[in-house]
Design a protein around this ligand. Structure first.
Ligand code: MRU
Length: 354
């Protein structure tokens, strides 16, 4: 359904009349439309196709995918319910590999399912839906907490470069990296944003720039290859990005091109911050080398949508994420506070605060 955009907060996903509606992020900003989701299979396809994207938003959407399946199966026999649920978890887990929030959210939903073994299907479905709603509300609370900590790192007047979209669209609301910027603006700081275009899916040009324009936060769009030049001219005061998975040693996986920005930031003495909810830290992965990196369709690189410009038959690589070594990270901004120069020890301590 096509709608006019509210000047209020961007509502990335919403529960309406028994289905989950999500903004179709593939067509923004040309069109603003919600698509309705009614099953785990449809939700998995929505995640894979990037109707919804961004690590926390993927986690929230997957939780609703589980709840939708439970609602559909609520009247079935216990054996059918359990078999259908198992299948729902399998297809959702296979939708995208890098953002750990997907697996984190599925684990939470599985716990509710398994702990409710004595309940009827109807009761279980209600409990799973309640958990999905709670995941959504919790994500906004976490983003606000990160925003408050991160805002303190930005000086009044700061020009902040960001890569990809780690905004309201990538979360349940407020955003992680853009949440830091929004919170700094709410605190009265004059912040301006430099948005990397973020080839090949153009999350910066299409989504970050759109979010900032909606809220009248000054934003300048650049192509990815302009960041170093602007840094060399002294036009960037800080970099703030989001992340899809942080390893136990502090290595950060984020949208392809982030590593390049981090190297440039270090070269120019510019702080490089990563806004990172605890749900994005994967203590089971020792370092960034073990983070699974999604490879996407070659058509994303050979062109955009219907316009394909590269020579037919050319060999293409399309890794969707890269890994920034912890040594290049000035600080992880979490809901428990800022972890300066993250390493294994500091990340372990962070979890003892949780
Ligand atoms: O491929 P995407 O658009 O899902 O990638 C998103 C990112 O890389 C974001 O920076 C990351 O998920 C953090 S979102 C708060």
């Amino acid at each position: 359904m096509s709608e006019s955009v509210s000047k209020q907060a961007v509502v990335t996903m919403r529960w309406r009349e028994g289905c989950l509606e999500m903004i179709d992020q593939r067509i923004l900003p040309a069109r603003f439309e919600y698509l309705a989701y009614r099953s785990a299979a449809a939700m998995a396809e929505g995640i894979r196709a990037m109707v919804v994207r961004g690590a926390p938003a993927i986690g929230c959407a997957a939780a609703y995918g589980v709840a939708l399946e439970a609602l559909a199966l609520a009247g079935a026999s216990r054996a059918e319910f359990d078999a259908g649920m198992e299948q729902a978890f399998t297809i959702l887990a296979a939708s995208r590999p890098t953002a750990v929030n997907l697996f984190w959210a599925l684990k939470r939903m599985r716990t509710v399912w398994h702990e409710g073994g004595h309940r009827t299907g109807v009761e279980l479905a209600a409990a799973l839906l309640a958990e999905a709603h709670e995941g959504l509300a919790e994500d906004i609370r976490i983003n606000r907490a990160m925003g408050a900590f991160g805002a303190e790192l930005l000086a009044d007047g700061a020009r902040v470069l960001t890569h990809c979209n780690a905004g309201a669209l990538a979360t349940a609301g407020h955003g992680t990296a853009l949440g830091v910027i929004r919170s700094a603006v709410e605190a009265g700081k004059r912040i301006s944003v430099i948005a990397d275009e973020t080839r090949p899916f153009l999350q910066g040009a299409r989504l970050t720039a759109w979010e900032m324009v909606q809220e009248n936060i000054p934003v300048t769009l650049i192509t990815d290859n302009m960041a170093g030049h602007l840094m060399s001219l002294g036009e960037v005061d800080a970099v703030v990005v989001g992340t899809d998975r942080v390893a136990a040693n502090g290595d950060v996986a984020n949208k392809i091109g982030t590593y390049m920005v981090a190297v440039l930031a270090r070269r120019h003495g510019i702080p490089f911050y990563v806004a990172c909810p605890l749900s994005t830290i994967d203590l089971a992965i020792a370092d960034g080398g073990a983070i699974p990196i999604e490879e996407r369709a070659v058509e994303e690189v050979t062109g955009f949508r219907d316009c394909q410009w590269a020579a037919k038959g050319v060999k293409v690589r399309n890794p969707a994420f890269d890994v920034t070594p912890a040594e290049l990270v000035s600080g992880l901004i979490t809901e428990k506070g800022v972890v300066p120069e993250p390493n294994r020890q500091r990340i372990r301590e962070l979890f003892s605060l949780a």
